[in-house]
Design a protein around this ligand. Structure first.
Ligand code: GLN
Length: 281
């Protein structure tokens, strides 16, 4: 069988399973199976594959047909031009979250102390540490497995970040440091909405990385409350938010005395980031 024939069979199988972008995923899984790139597959589509390669490919297609996200099958996701290891223990980094990092790049200066809460793969803090100089970077996650993955991601991306396991600020009890910036893409989906998410997300991504309590705002509340003792006066706080949470999160920040509260839209024109400064007292 040729590469093209095998791939077409993969596309059909994914289409039958109702996978969006069946053609793209079938092609990406072919690249993964043959350990090659898109150009090779386009140029050498009439080359024969071995029986082993065909079996390997079919096994991957079968998993994708079960609606397992492509990234959990390949174990990788690109974010901010960097490669991140992923597994079912962590949320897959989203393109939307690059909007948060880009906004943070404007606010954060070289050498600052930066804290990333709910770090997951570590994609946010690792990108910041990579594109800024000499950050004192700390990432926290409640999941020990996430912290292990994040630590491997910082090593593979050649940056130094201290990853700690714990429930938000509790992880910092022994450090007692204050930060110039706190950043977070916390779980923010309201409990009742979880059931309506696409199968890939609902059944395969970690629920603790998705669910932000009954109203979806629990983590913003807890992070803002705790920031009083962990963010320096004048420090900046940056959140990723759901498209309909801009007002609620802005109000919370204003009630806590924050100034320059700004809601920033993503490339789709939806509210995506809230940032604010803690006033100098
Ligand atoms: N901060 C991580 C990310 O942006 C994980 C977010 C989460 O688990 N909710 O991908």
């Amino acid at each position: 069988m040729t590469i093209n024939e095998l791939r077409s069979r993969g596309v059909r199988c994914l289409e039958d399973a109702g996978i969006d972008d069946a053609a793209t995923d079938a092609a990406l899984l072919m690249e993964y199976t043959l350990k090659t790139d898109r150009n090779h597959i386009l140029a050498y589509g009439n080359d024969e594959v071995s029986d082993k390669q065909a079996d390997d490919y079919d096994a991957l297609i079968k998993r994708r047909a079960e609606h397992i996200p492509l990234q959990y099958i390949t174990g990788h996701q690109e974010f901010m031009g960097l490669d991140f290891e992923v597994s079912e223990d962590v949320l897959i980094p989203r393109l939307d979250t690059e909007c948060l990092v880009e906004e943070a790049m404007i606010e954060i200066e070289d050498g600052m102390r930066v804290l990333d809460l709910c770090t997951g793969t570590g994609c946010i803090i690792i990108s910041l540490a990579r594109y800024k100089n000499d950050l004192k970077a700390v990432g926290v996650d409640i999941s020990g497995k996430a912290v292990e993955i994040a630590a491997r991601n910082s090593e593979s991306n050649g940056v130094e970040v201290c990853f700690l396991q714990g429930d938000l600020y509790e992880a910092l009890d022994d450090i007692g440091d204050r930060y110039d910036a706190i950043i977070s893409n916390p779980p923010y989906i309201a409990g009742a909405v979880i059931d309506t998410l696409m199968e890939e997300v609902r059944d395969h991504e970690p629920l603790i990385a998705l669910c932000g309590g009954e109203d979806g705002l629990e983590f913003y509340r807890r992070i803002i409350d705790g920031a009083d003792s962990h963010l320096v006066p004048g420090g900046v706080i940056l959140f990723e938010i759901g498209y309909d949470q801009g007002e609620a999160v802005s109000d919370m920040l204003r009630e806590h005395g924050y100034s320059d509260v700004k809601v920033i839209k993503d490339l789709a024109g939806l509210d995506r980031v809230v940032k604010a400064h803690r006033p100098f007292l």
